[in-house]
Each structure stands twice: as structure tokens, then as C-alpha cells.
Design a protein around this ligand. Structure first.
Ligand code: NAD
Length: 476
């Protein structure tokens, strides 16, 4: 996507890393150790399909094993290549450190157009790819735990966990070999929506900091803010849906593969998503005016721009025309290093990918813990919590009746207060807490140091410092 003269995705990530370490006190050796990708395994395998043998190329990169297992999604797309997988693996290392999930960084990819194959064919291909990775411990609950990414979802994760269990029949922790599974295959409530939900929580936290809002030339809450979203897939759809129906934001632009929709009054995100699923594109959807050159809509006037599709979409070719004063990187690496520099000069505030889309890995962590503990969150406490709340309500009502106080509880309060937290409530609470805590750690560095002018640099510093401490304590 990026301009041909620009650095590659991995070089962009390295440049952002180098910017951060230039103001840190790390030895050159440790700096190098953290920056480099430890290993990349490339596999080419054949699958008999449609009367012939088709060869596919896949990768699994391990960026850093300062903590194990290493974690990172598996992407299915034709654009997958070693450079991209290594860049994404590096981002995973920093992301996991930033949100304090106890993992190293990894990433996988298969060079394939998933829309070109039938479901049963995709199953054969995914199982074969999984087999190649499992037999080398590149999928393993203790060593390397993938998750969904672009082009993959619950369906692929269910095939992968089943493949692992077939090959490791006595591993009692087998379900923890991959996250993002469907609930009936060991998944966790709230994982599918988690990355989009995390984007929403990140924006809410941003709005709680009036000075940061001011820097982005914004004020107030998300209510009424004009939002343009690129990519109405897992991340973009959930982020846009929650921002519009729960926070009152107006989704004024939606960019997809075949073009974009614009509507200054805001669109019904669910209606656009339903149209997209049915017609494989947004063209013709009555929610907005169709624009054939979708990428032009990135340049629309709006308050918040949410690139949630792929990397390098904001680059030296279009950066000068970007009008949003706040960009939240829901996708990984949507802004090239060159464009990043120009946006910073323009005063655009960028909420960086390693923080913005960390909701996915955060809830993946909860799922992994659930699988290892073999029990659903909330199962032991929920009813006990409810009965304690019931005791309090009974006592208040008894006091009111005995003393003739005539107290009545607000409508809906009793029902809400009595309800103990189930898995979904706990997952959301844990995610919200994580997003807030990570924001605070970024904010602390961003606002306390004159040599740290932006959020991305602050996020890298927090993450690299944690990885460095981990390496140091291991005696490296
Ligand atoms: P997805 O495959 O579910 O959705 C991607 C969407 O982008 C699709 O709707 C696709 O049609 C659209 N798209 C593709 N090319 C486009 C183009 N050129 N212009 C406009 N739209 C285009 O993928 P996803 O899981 O939502 O991932 C999106 C991004 O978020 C990726 O960068 C991924 O690495 C990142 N991410 C995903 C997760 C996760 O949990 N799924 C977690 C962290 C980060």
C-alpha cells in the first residue's frame, strides 16, 4: 500500500523503535537483542484440491521469547510475506508488554485469498498449515499461541485446536494452544468483539483527558463526533458499532475494498455490515453515498479517523490531505514512518496501534488463563455474590418497612444490583481496566518528558523498558 520509495513495514516498525531507544538508556547490545526478530519459519506445503496439488506458503515468526508462550495472530491474505509477518511479530512483543500480558511476540501468515476457496477446502488447507506448525511446537499452549487476524476468525481457530488435540491426545491443556475459539470449543465470551471494544475503551479513556483532547483540537465526549472507519471487518465493524450505538458517535464514512460510503448524518453500522455480507461490497447500500475510490474517503473532513483494515494506507502519497485531527490505529501499521513524521509536524494526534488494538490480545490472555484453569470465569462466585446482594436489599427493605421510612429503590436498581457478574461482564471489566492502565502508563511518559513529543514514542518506551527489564532479570 505504501509508496514505493518508502521503507517496508518492518523497517517502519524498526524506525519507530529506534526513535524511542534514542532517548532511552539501553546498552547497544540489549537494544539490538530486543529489536531483532529471533526466528522465522517458512513452510511450503501441498494440498490436493480440485483434482490437482496446490502449494501454499506460510510463515510463523517469533520476535521475542523474553516471556513464553509467545503470542500473535495468524493472517490469511495474498499480501502476506516474511517482512510483514516479522513486523507484526515485533509489534506483538511491544503490545503484550504494554498491556502487561505475560507473552513474547509472534505472528503467522498464510499467503492465500480465503474468498477463492470453499469452506471444506479452507478446512483442509488450515489443518495442513496447523499440522506443519504444531509438529515444530510453533503452535503449543506453553510455547506459541496463535489467534485470529485478518482473514481468520473463530472458524479457523476451531480447526486449529481440533488439529492440535488430534496430534496431542494426552495434553490436558490442549485447548490453550490457540485463542479466539468459538465458545463451544473452549473460547471466551467477548473475544470476537474484543479488539473493536478495546478501540472504544481507548477512545473513551482519551476523552477523559481534556488536555489530550485539546491537543487533538477536540472537546467533550464521543457523542456527536464524526468518525470515518476503513475496513468493516472484525475490528472496524465492532469499533464502529459500539462507538455509534453506545457513545453516540456519527459514522460519517465507511471504506471497504470496493469503495466507500459517506453520509454526514451518520450511518447505521449494522445495516451496512448486513449489506456487505450479502453483496460482498458496499456499492448500492442505501445508508450513504457511494464513492468508487474508497481511499479518497480517508481524506474526508472528520473528527476521528479509524483505519481498521491494513498497513501502509496513510503514506507519503496521501498524508498531506489527511484532515482528521485524531487518528486511532485500529489496524496494525496503517501509517508509514514517513507519514507519521508529517502528521506529527501537522499536530495530528495518533493513538498508536500497539495500544489501540491491544484489546484482542488482552482478551486472548483471559481465554488462555480460562483454558488452563479449566473453569469459566464467574462460575464459582456469581450466585454467592448475588445472595450477598440479596441480603443487603432484604435488610434495607425490612428497615424501611419496620421504621415506616417509606424508602423505595430506584426503578431497575434492584435488578441491576442483584445480578452477579458473569463471564462477559468480567471480561469487559478486565479489558476496560487494562486499556485504562496502559493509557495511564503512556500518558505518564508522554506528559512528563520533554523529549517524548507523542503517544507512539511514549508507548514504545513503556514497552521496551518492560522487555529490557525482563531480559536483564534473566541475566542477559
Ligand atoms: P478482517 O479480515 O476481519 O477485516 C478486514 C476488513 O478490511 C474486511 O472487511 C476487508 O474487506 C477490509 N479491507 C481489505 N482491504 C481493504 C482495502 N484496501 N480498503 C478498505 N477495506 C479493506 O480483519 P480484522 O481482524 O478486522 O483485522 C484488521 C486489522 O486489525 C489488521 O491490521 C489486523 O492485524 C488488526 N488486528 C486485528 C485483531 C483481531 O483480533 N482480529 C487484533 C489486533 C489487530
Amino acid at each position: 500500500m505504501a509508496n514505493r520509495g518508502e521503507p517496508s513495514f518492518r523497517q517502519s516498525v524498526d524506525m519507530m523503535f529506534n526513535r524511542a531507544v534514542s532517548v532511552m538508556d539501553l546498552s547497544p547490545g540489549l537494544e539490538e537483542k530486543i529489536r531483532v526478530c529471533n526466528s522465522t519459519y517458512t513452510v511450503r506445503f501441498g494440498v490436493r484440491l480440485r483434482g490437482g496439488i496446490h502449494t501454499f506458503t506460510g510463515y510463523r515468526s517469533v520476535h521475542s521469547e523474553h516471556m513464553e508462550p509467545v503470542k500473535g495472530g495468524i493472517r490469511f491474505a495474498t499480501s502476506v510475506n516474511q517482512d510483514e509477518v516479522e513486523a507484526l511479530a515485533a509489534l506483538m512483543t511491544y503490545k503484550c508488554a504494554l498491556v502487561e500480558t505475560p507473552f513474547g511476540g509472534s505472528k503467522g501468515g498464510l499467503c492465500i485469498d480465503p474468498r477463492a476457496w470453499e469452506e471444506h477446502e479452507m478446512e483442509l488447507i488450515t489443518r495442513r498449515f496447523a499440522y506443519e506448525l504444531i509438529k515444530r511446537d510453533l503452535i503449543n499452549p506453553a510455547q506459541n499461541v496463535p489467534a485470529p487476524d485478518m482473514g481468520t476468525g473463530e472458524r479457523e481457530m476451531a480447526w486449529i485446536v481440533d488439529q492440535y488435540k488430534r496430534m496431542n491426545t494426552t495434553d490436558i491443556n490442549g485447548a490453550a494452544c490457540v485463542t479466539g475459539k468459538p465458545l463451544n470449543a473452549g473460547g471466551i465470551a467477548g473475544r470476537v468483539e474484543a479488539t473493536g471494544r478495546g478501540v472504544q475503551y481507548a477512545l473513551r479513556e482519551f476523552c477523559r483527558h481534556p488536555k489530550d483532547m485539546e491537543a487533538a483540537r477536540l472537546s467533550g465526549t464521543l457523542d456527536g463526533k464524526r468518525v470515518v472507519v476503513q475496513g468493516l471487518g472484525n475490528v472496524g465493524y465492532h469499533a464502529a458499532l459500539f462507538l455509534s450505538i453506545e457513545d453516540g458517535a456519527r459514522i460519517t464514512g465507511i471504506i471497504e475494498r470496493d469503495g466507500a460510503l459517506v453520509n454526514p448524518n451518520g450511518m447505521n453500522v449494522q445495516a451496512v455490515r448486513d449489506w456487505l455480507s450479502e453483496h460482498s461490497g458496499v456499492k448500492g447500500c442505501p445508508e450513504g453515498t457511494y464513492v468508487e475510490d474508497g481511499s479518497k474517503v480517508l481524506e474526508e473532513d472528520c473528527d476521528i479517523l479509524v483505519p481498521a483494515a491494513l498497513e501502509g494506507v496513510i503514506n507519503l502519497d496521501n498524508v498531506k490531505n489527511i484532515k482528521a485531527s485524531l487518528i486511532i490505529e485500529a489496524a496494525n501499521g496503517p501509517i508509514t514512518a514517513g507519514a507519521d513524521e508529517i502528521l506529527r509536524e501537522k499536530g495530528t494526534i495518533i493513538i498508536p496501534d500497539m495500544y489501540a488494538n491491544a484489546g484482542g490480545v488482552t482478551v486472548s490472555y483471559f481465554e488462555w488463563v480460562k483454558n488452563l484453569s479449566h473453569i469459566r470465569f464467574g462460575r464459582m462466585q456469581r450466585r454467592q455474590e448475588e445472595s450477598r446482594h440479596q441480603l443487603l436489599i432484604d435488610e434495607l427493605e425490612r428497615l424501611s418497612a419496620d421504621k415506616g421510612l417509606g424508602w423505595t429503590l430506584s426503578p431497575g436498581f434492584k435488578e441491576q444490583y442483584l445480578r452477579g457478574a458473569g463471564e462477559l461482564e468480567l471480561v469487559r471489566s478486565g479489558l476496560d481496566d487494562t486499556m485504562r492502565a496502559a493509557y495511564q502508563s503512556i500518558s505518564e511518559i508522554w506528559h512528563s518528558r520533554n523529549d517524548v513529543p507523542d503517544m507512539r514514542m511514549a508507548a514504545y518506551i513503556v514497552a521496551i523498558d518492560r522487555v529490557a527489564k525482563s531480559y536483564r532479570s534473566k541475566g542477559l
